[in-house]
Design a protein around this ligand. Structure first.
Ligand SMILES: O=C[C@H](O)COP(=O)(O)O
Length: 231
């Protein structure tokens, strides 16, 4: 187990979750992700579920949490499948979980379904690790974003995450403003999906975003632009 130097609490790296969560990401990508997590002290690193054991091993002693998504990326799995996946990931020792909401159900006006499902996942996780609900703003209208934000808040999920990185449309400051106007600060915000520069990060932080989800390349570029050198 190798210890890694941890950057100061106020550093940008402690507010960025780095990820390799595209379908084509393989072992070399997971190795690079873990090495960058150690070098920059990113707060967490996320991979698709099957890579969690390897990632945990690579991150041992680093101070970076291993995270993974549930129902990713479509949100279309059954509630039972999402619960089983969340249970398995907790058993594998994840330090964070992001669950994709039932996007198609939301778009069909079935907000009760979305809320009940999130409530079930929240009860299963029961505060064991930080839980985030991904609403996937890139696939939603403004009205649907408002409805999704209310579902997350009403289900008592502590964090709302804006995107998976799979929609092809970036999360923008306007998305954050829209969400913030709908729900209170009791729901923490993680912006993810197409976040590509430090200026966007700074703007979103002013709007109340507390965490960013970014692919490895974009995250390293952002902390480098912020003047945070790798160890
Ligand atoms: O956190 C979610 C995704 O990893 C973000 O990926 P992206 O930065 O490539 O959009």
């Amino acid at each position: 187990m190798t210890e890694s130097p941890r950057p100061p609490a106020g550093s940008l790296a402690r507010r960025i979750d780095i990820s390799c969560v595209q379908a084509e990401h393989g072992r070399p990508d997971i190795d690079r992700l873990a090495a960058a997590a150690r070098a920059h002290g990113f707060v967490s690193a996320h991979v698709l579920p099957s890579w969690v054991p390897e990632l945990r091993e690579l991150l041992a002693g680093s101070g970076t949490l291993a995270g993974a998504p549930v129902g990713f990326p479509s949100g279309g799995a059954t509630t039972a499948a999402k619960l089983a996946e969340a249970r398995e990931l907790l058993g594998l020792g994840v330090g964070e979980l992001d669950v994709v909401i039932a996007i198609g159900r939301l778009k069909s006006g079935e907000t009760g379904y979305v809320r009940r499902e999130l409530d079930a996942v929240r009860r299963l996780v029961d505060g064991a690790v930080p839980l985030r609900a991904i609403i996937e703003v890139g696939r939603l209208t403004e009205e649907e974003i408002r409805a999704a934000a209310h579902c997350v808040a009403e289900a008592g999920v502590p964090w709302l995450k804006t995107g998976t990185g799979w929609s092809g449309r970036p999360t923008t400051p306007d998305h954050i403003r829209l969400i913030r106007a709908e729900i209170g600060e009791g729901t923490l915000l993680k912006a993810a999906g197409g976040i590509r520069d430090l200026a966007t990060i700074r703007t979103m932080e002013e709007l109340g975003v507390r965490r960013f989800g970014m692919n490895l390349t974009a995250a390293v570029a952002a902390v480098t632009a912020a003047g945070e050198a790798a160890a």
